[in-house]
Design a protein around this ligand. Structure first.
Ligand SMILES: O=C(O)CCC(=O)C(=O)O
Length: 212
């Protein structure tokens, strides 16, 4: 990623404000999308940048610009990104790129997606934990259709009585550092926590003719 213009430009809040400040974006507010206090708000990108700055110096619940196709909305930011060649393996289709931007402490709870994924870390760092797709039963997915790709297990506070099978499972984890990309295979469970202000881009693609 060293050649991406984003790696130098997106650390500069004034640049982000200049190219995107006046635009409206949806942000998630609350512990995470599975918690009862969770909601979405539409605010200007400038307001969001201010929230990131104040969130990093207080304990307020972080706002998270999560899984949003920001690059379809703001051409300048799209031009700062280079799609990795890996995304064209398999001959399938690249889906709209998603932005994941927020302060330290945002959490994307354990879930899986049907696509190949390269998660590219442009600004800051994140803790990422992965469990193989084969462990679905041990991770207690929700039964509701809307949430059936999410686990009921809260990795920050595992309820051992309710979810005993989740306790001793092996996993792989890493700290995804600025300038690094991580490949996440289809249906692999992943949990992500930002350790600093963090701006990532996810590239999702499918195999030719397949749903995964
Ligand atoms: O970075 C995050 O918070 C979550 C990323 C993710 O879930 C994804 O790329 O599919």
């Amino acid at each position: 990623m060293a050649h991406w213009p984003a790696t130098t430009k997106w650390n500069d809040m004034y640049y982000l404000k200049r190219v995107a400040g006046g635009r409206t974006v949806p942000v998630e507010v609350g512990k995470n999308y599975l918690s009862t206090d969770w909601k979405q708000e539409l605010i200007s990108f400038s307001q969001f940048l201010e929230r990131i700055q104040s969130s990093n110096c207080s304990s307020v619940t972080p706002s998270y610009l999560a899984q949003h196709p920001l690059f379809d909305q703001i051409r300048e930011l799209k031009e700062d990104i280079c799609t990795p060649d890996y995304c064209f393996t398999g001959g399938g289709e690249l889906r709209p790129l998603n932005a994941w931007f927020g302060p330290a402490g945002t959490v994307t709870p354990l879930h899986h997606d049907p696509h190949h994924n390269i998660l590219a870390q442009v600004v800051g760092k994140k803790y990422v934990r992965l469990y193989p797709a084969s462990l679905s039963e041990e991770l207690y997915p929700y039964s509701e259709t809307m949430l059936c790709n999410s686990s009921q297990v809260d990795l920050d506070n595992i309820n051992e009585k309710e979810f005993p099978k989740a306790v001793e499972l092996e996993f792989v984890d890493c700290i995804l550092e600025e300038g690094e990309m991580l490949y996440i295979p289809p249906k692999w469970w992943h949990y992500v926590r930002s350790l600093t202000t963090s701006f990532s881009v996810s590239f999702w693609w499918s195999n030719n003719g397949g749903s995964s």
